[in-house]
Design a protein around this ligand. Structure first.
Ligand SMILES: [Zn+2]
Length: 162
């Protein structure tokens, strides 16, 4: 092993860390991602979202919960640019974003990142794509929802359809 490489921008050849896709609480999320869908845990009794996922509904206590589809578009709720490298596989700079999914209730937000010092602010429209990271050691597909600025919506101005 040579010395730690200097911080550089991520490239398609940059090795990636894979999320654990079989953990009980989040396996449904990653199973949906493998089918190129975003799904959020939902209570079948009161109809509300349970996010972050829990074994029972945080609103009514029901254990009758299931993963149901959510939009693949959203807006940036908040962001920060990471300039200090904390892991060799996450070269800086990169921009961490918190995404409000379109049409979802308050608090249904996903975390993502964009390469470099992204030109985003609160309200910047983003859309989800899916990055195939191969398979884990057990052969489960590992697909990660990733975000990109929705340039079509960004250039058409801010349409608030509250
Ligand atoms: Zn409920």
């Amino acid at each position: 092993m040579s010395a730690a490489p200097a911080a550089t921008a991520a490239t398609p050849d940059t090795p990636r860390l894979r999320p654990l896709v079989t953990e009980r609480g989040s396996a449904g999320f990653f199973s949906a991602a493998a089918r190129r869908r975003i799904e959020i845990l939902t209570c079948e009794d009161c109809g509300r979202r349970i996010h972050l996922p829990r074994p029972r509904c945080v609103h009514c206590g029901s254990t009758n919960v299931s993963w149901t589809p959510a939009p693949h578009t959203g807006t940036v709720y908040s962001h920060t640019v990471v300039e200090h490298q904390v892991h060799p596989l996450f070269p800086v700079p990169y921009t961490v974003i918190v995404v409000d999914l379109d049409g979802e209730e308050d608090g249904v937000r996903l975390i993502g990142n964009l390469p470099g010092r992204a030109e985003v602010t609160a309200g910047t429209p983003v859309r989800c794509t899916f990055e195939d990271l191969g398979e884990d050691a057990a052969g489960n597909p590992v697909v990660l929802p990733v975000w990109e600025i929705d340039t079509e919506r960004a250039s058409s101005g801010t349409e608030e359809d509250a």
